[in-house]
Design a protein around this ligand. Structure first.
Ligand code: HMG
Ligand code: MG
Length: 302
């Protein structure tokens, strides 16, 4: 078993987390969350998405949020761009990385971005080309790599097909997402292996929602495969408006706690991360959805 010595976490809380909140969250609160995350040592933050405000009204303040961030040197700020219209709007905000997002399931592709998988690739193609021409890093998110809310189980061959399509249009890195959190370690391993047919280990990441409580186990499985990059979400925020019932991403706090305990470096200050999660959870009037955060906050009271 060879575990990575270092792990990079992309905190997707401000985007994946807050896109799914019923209650309004102000741009100022989102900006404060980003500031707290960078203060905690998070070096990669998925801030917002440039999607249709009719589809996802929670992200309508994308430009305002991006403009309000006091950027910290070395931090990579990423945004989702599903098409050229979103990409062009995003360019006013000067992101360090853009994310195109496709799905291994046809039904989910239709519901989420209103087109088939092959149409989505054709939409992404000019976006990727334009980003690379400007020297902007391109990540691809691959949804429903183990299960789909509409189609059920997804075969690894579908994941391999999507990863191959992403590669063919120049996407530099792909994230293997368990959008609805139904995956278990062997299923996730198969989805990751299917992806590794097209991408090397340094250009893949895991993105695990924790609906069934499997996300840490799935993360550990990937670590054992040598994967060293993961999307996580502060306070376990998250979900997708087009994946009903799916809960948040694995909590960043839980992943950092696990990695610290394994002697794997993240560069993140767990106490400050817990404070960031507490800040946004207080604002949303609930407790952080993280066992490590709950335990460590209880310890502070004692
Ligand atoms: P469409 O309706 O097919 O687009 O939507 P269209 O090109 O036909 O345009 C229709 C209207 O949308 C027009 O406005 C466009 O201007 C507007 P109208 O003339 O009707 O007023 N429009 C846009 N507005 C702002 N920004 C844009 C944009 N594009 C078109 N970029 C579209 C296609 C993709 C835009 C739409 O389906 C959409 O916004 N979907 C939302 C997708 C989304 O944000 N999903 C959640 C994020 S993905 C996720 O959470 C999964 C992930 O976490 C990984 C995982 O867990 O699986 C990443
Ligand atoms: Mg997600």
């Amino acid at each position: 078993m060879s575990l990575p010595a270092k792990v990079k976490l992309v905190d997707v809380g401000p985007r994946d987390g807050l896109q799914n909140e019923k209650q309004p969250v102000t741009a100022a609160a989102k900006i404060e969350l980003v500031h707290r995350l960078q203060e905690a040592g998070v070096m990669d933050i998925e801030v917002t998405s440039f999607v249709s405000p009719k589809w996802v009204p929670q992200m309508a303040d994308n430009a305002q949020v991006m403009a309000g961030i006091q950027r910290k040197a070395g931090v990579r700020y990423s945004v989702l761009t599903p098409n050229l219209q979103g990409f062009e709007a995003a360019m006013q905000s000067d992101p360090d990385e853009i994310v195109v997002f496709g799905a291994a399931s046809e039904a989910f592709s239709q519901r989420n971005i209103n087109c088939s998988i092959s149409q989505s690739i054709e939409r992404f193609r000019p976006v990727v080309e334009a980003a690379l021409a400007r020297g902007i890093h391109v990540r691809g998110a691959m949804s429903c790599t183990v299960g789909c809310p509409y189609e059920g189980d997804i075969a690894p061959e579908r994941v391999s097909m999507l990863a191959g399509l992403m590669k063919s249009i120049g996407v530099q890195h792909v994230g293997v997402a368990d959008t609805i959190g139904v995956g278990t370690p062997i299923k996730v391993q198969l989805a990751m292996e299917a992806t590794l047919k097209h991408y090397d280990i340094d250009n893949v990441s895991g993105h695990f929602h924790d609906t069934y409580g499997q996300a840490l186990a799935n993360t550990l499985m990937c670590l054992q495969m040598g994967v060293w990059q993961f999307d996580t979400s502060v306070a376990g925020l998250g979900g997708c408006p087009y994946a009903k019932g799916a809960t948040g991403n694995v909590a960043s706090e839980d992943v950092v706690y696990m990695l610290q305990g394994m002697g794997i470096e993240t560069g993140i200050d767990l106490d400050k991360l817990i404070d960031a999660g507490k800040f946004i959870s207080d604002l949303l009037q609930r407790k952080p959805n993280s066992r490590a955060s709950t335990a460590l906050l209880n310890n502070r009271i004692r």
